[in-house]
Write a protein that binds this ligand. Structure first.
Ligand code: B12
Length: 211
């Protein structure tokens, strides 16, 4: 890892958003690829995740690290996203009700955009009604739901039930993800696909619309 990438990793852990943003731009100028910068950001976030788990840091520290992470992601977004790609379909994405984690969701959103999808991002804490309304409004082929808490992942099921009730279930492919989510859970709640990471999510989404 270059010195700049190492600094990005360390400063992200300290939650220093302005410096993370500056150094992401420096790394780009130095010729680092977007995926190398993403790796540096993710590895910093993963150190914080481990510390959070062991009670060595608490919510405020994680929150400022997450802000720095999102700041860095904004810088590399144009590089991750291929420009001028014709839309291959529409994706509605959001983090489920009760859940405020958005880093993974933002990454999936970027990768989907990069794969040529038009992405309608509903943000975090999204109710079943809001997902349904967005699908009806935009006529999207794919619905992506993210959940990072075992207590909120159950809301994915509520959304699928709401789609059923509205008669929309057969007109949309449902993809789910987030740290606690598994293939088995996807099957259990009747989702179409689970993928463990954002890059695979974009590949699978492409397969779904071209199949
Ligand atoms: C950052 C973070 C926070 C930040 C979030 C800031 C933000 N803007 O997102 C803050 C500080 C706000 C936070 C709060 C809380 N958090 Co938190 N948080 C984390 C942490 C450290 C990192 C999550 C993250 O961003 N990872 C990096 C991203 C890139 O990974 P990812 O989200 O998994 O996404 C990847 C894949 O899962 C996949 N993916 C994600 N979404 C989707 C969707 C689709 C459709 C697909 C296909 C794929 C996909 O692709 C992504 C990229 O490859 C995790 C620890 C961890 N190891 O996950 C805890 C963690 C998720 N948090 C946890 C907890 C307990 C909380 C709180 C309840 C703490 C509290 N006491 O208040 C609150 C809940 C707030 C709420 N209502 O949501 C627990 C959850 C435990 C559990 N089993 O439920 C964890 C696991 C920490 C722990 N070990 O205890 N948290």
């Amino acid at each position: 890892m270059s010195q700049t990438l190492e600094q990005i990793n360390e400063l992200l852990q300290k939650g220093n958003m302005p410096e993370v943003i500056r150094l992401c731009n420096v790394a780009i100028e130095e010729g680092s690829s977007a995926s190398d910068i993403l790796d540096a950001l993710l590895s910093g976030m993963s150190v914080i995740g481990g510390k959070f788990k062991r009670n060595e840091v608490f919510v405020p520290e994680v929150l400022i690290a997450a802000r720095a992470m999102n700041g860095g992601l904004d810088v590399i977004k144009p590089l991750l996203v291929e420009e001028g790609v014709e839309s291959i379909g529409k994706v509605v994405i959001g983090t489920v009700k009760g859940d405020l984690h958005d880093i993974g969701k933002n990454l999936v959103s970027m990768m989907m955009t990069g794969a040529g999808f038009e992405v309608i991002d509903l943000g975090v804490d999204v109710s079943p009604e809001k997902y349904v309304a967005a699908l009806e409004e935009h006529n999207a082929e794919i619905l992506c739901m993210s959940a990072l808490l075992t207590t909120t992942m159950t809301n994915m099921k509520a959304v699928i039930e709401a789609l059923d009730e509205k008669g929309l279930r057969d007109s949309v492919k449902v993809m789910i993800g987030g740290a606690p989510v598994t293939d088995q859970y996807a099957e259990e709640i009747g989702a179409d696909k689970y993928t463990p990471d954002a890059a695979t999510a974009a590949e699978v989404a492409k397969e779904l619309v071209t199949a």
